[in-house]
Design a protein around this ligand. Structure first.
Ligand code: NAD
Length: 505
């Protein structure tokens, strides 16, 4: 039997339970259908086969979940950090033990290639370990002295929080948001994306099997406009960590206004990779190709605009084109596959529409440009490179969120910087140059929350993660996650009988 067939059989085994029982909500330690019994189908982008009926949660389900999170909060917040640390490590162990199942289910639910999803499952475990180790110190603060006064700062968990996640790498992203919330002492209601609900169900089950008390982590599936909206409006929910599109972020901002919630937004990007002629072109081409075509290009931090110094533009784009043309598109469970099907026919249609837009705008399609040959079924899109583009084109300004790269030439550093910044987004930037002064100058002026110089995106978990401009509000990662999920307080102690102003007598 081929490795692919073997993997498909394994995946079918892991999916059987979802076919039989559907994807249930999880409220107060109990797997439950939606209160009104309604479901919606989750389809696999590989062949559009429905793989599960998903609980279609609404406001009433969110209310039950938020109340469960509220009831569990006091005890969870009071648990010593060292105990929370042990529990979160136990969850990480349990993720590792079920990493294959998570990776296979995620690949079939999202279309992401197994070679990346097996790492995403392990990265999810690492997220738990990272925040587990920090749980004992989460409440710590500073002592700030002044004459006749000592100020002591400390942090307390903000309360039950809502976590709303998108469909790209949903497992990894959910752990990135939920692990710090739990480490901080918050309880959680999670609303995963309707296009990719399966691994969120596995995750909450894993956590409770590892010993997480009931009610600490609740899951409500549903659509954004009902379950998502209800979560952002619920008075028991004190903060919302949201990852998704900018226009959804705006909606959440207004929905959450009446209950004065804190929010953290990680939104879209149209991230530049800027390549100067003085670099090792092989390395830069390899990194540019990795950052746009890995994870199907469905990656907020992808380098979707390639800005190349004019003197090497033809040579460099030819190198990228040659690599892009060789990328293996295929079934996500094929170990050789790099690019699998996109998440859903709706998204596939959106990505494919940019092929016509590119033609109409006068760009050249150097590679790809449509569905790959032999993949008429399923949401497959060929790795694509647009050349001869300028920054005013829609293909240079709009987030396509697929394996599609737009290459633009620049004549000098000033023009490169102006193109890099001339976009509504500001999530990541990638810069390739050997000139140290230029690297310092350019990276300082680039409008992006995260910049990598002479590197692809390699995350170091203690560093801040987040975007500028339309790419987000707030930061997480490291201690920044605790700042979001906790309230910082100051307590001032008088250390002497200082003068108290008398208003009477
Ligand atoms: P989306 O905004 O459509 O949906 C994200 C989540 O929000 C889903 O769970 C959805 O059900 C929910 N939602 C929708 N309407 C809502 C509402 N009115 N109230 C509350 N919740 C609502 O995003 P998507 O299409 O699932 O994901 C792709 C987007 O996510 C891209 O723009 C991508 O760049 C972005 N993203 C950003 C980051 C980052 O870190 N900056 C990471 C991953 C993805």
């Amino acid at each position: 039997m081929s490795q692919l067939q073997d993997n498909i059989n394994k995946a079918n085994g892991y999916l059987e339970r979802f076919e039989a029982d559907g994807v249930l909500n999880h409220i107060n330690g109990e797997a439950r259908p939606a209160a009104d019994g309604e479901t919606f189908d989750s389809i696999s982008p590989v062949d559009l086969r429905p793989i599960a009926k998903v609980a279609h949660g609404k406001a009433v389900d969110v209310d039950a979940a938020a109340k469960a999170a509220q009831a569990a909060f006091a005890e969870w917040a009071a648990m010593p950090g060292a105990e929370r640390k042990k529990l979160l490590h136990a969850i990480a162990d349990a993720i590792v033990a079920r990493a294959e199942e998570i990776a296979f289910v995620e690949s079939m639910d999202t279309g992401q290639a197994l070679r990346f999803m097996s790492k995403a499952a392990l990265r999810g475990a690492e997220n738990f370990r990272f925040f587990a180790d920090r749980a004992p110190g989460a409440r710590d603060g500073q002592s700030l002295y002044t004459k006749d006064q000592i100020n002591i700062t400390n942090r307390v968990p903000i309360g039950p929080v809502g976590v709303i996640t998108p469909w790209n790498t949903p497992f990894m992203l959910s752990t990135w948001k939920i692990a710090p919330a739990l480490a901080a002492g918050c309880t959680v209601v999670h609303k995963p994306a309707e296009f990719s609900p399966l691994t969120a169900r596995l995750l909450v089950e894993i956590a409770e099997d590892a010993g997480l008390p009931k009610g600490v982590w609740n899951l409500v599936n549903g659509l954004g406009e009902d379950a998502g909206k209800a979560l952002t409006e619920h008075p028991a929910i004190k903060a919302v960590g949201f990852v998704g599109e900018g226009r959804t972020g705006s909606m959440i901002m207004s929905q959450a206004a009446a209950t004065l919630k804190r929010f953290h937004f990680e939104l879209g990007g149209k991230n530049p990779v800027v390549v100067f002629a003085d670099v090792d072109l092989e390395r830069a081409a390899g990194a540019a190709v990795f950052m746009i075509y890995s994870l199907n290009g469905e990656r907020c931090t992808s380098s979707s605009r390639l800005l190349v110094e004019a003197s090497i533009y033809d040579e460099f784009t030819a190198m990228v084109a040659e690599r892009a043309a060789r990328i293996k598109v295929g079934h996500p469970l094929d170990p050789e596959t790099v690019v699998g099907p996109l998440i859903h026919p709706v998204h596939e249609k959106k990505v494919l529409s940019y092929m016509d837009i590119a033609r109409e705008e006068g760009a050249r399609i150097a590679v790809g440009g449509g569905k790959p040959e032999g993949f008429e079924e399923g949401c497959y899109v060929a790795p694509t490179l647009f050349t001869g583009a300028n920054n005013a084109m829609r293909i240079a300004q709009e987030e396509i969120f697929g394996p599609v790269l737009t290459a633009i030439p620049f004549k000098d550093e000033a023009e490169a910087l102006s193109i890099a910044n001339d976009v509504e987004y500001g999530l990541t930037g990638y810069l390739w140059t050997r000139d140290l002064a230029r690297a310092l100058r350019f990276s300082d002026a680039m409008q992006a929350g995260m910049i990598w110089v002479n590197s692809e995106n390699t995350r170091h978990l203690p560093t801040p993660f987040g975007g500028m401009k339309a790419s987000g509000i707030g930061r997480d990662g490291g201690d920044w996650s605790f700042d979001f999920y906790m309230e910082t307080r100051n307590i001032a102690f008088a250390t002497a009988d200082h003068h108290i102003p008398k208003l009477a007598g």
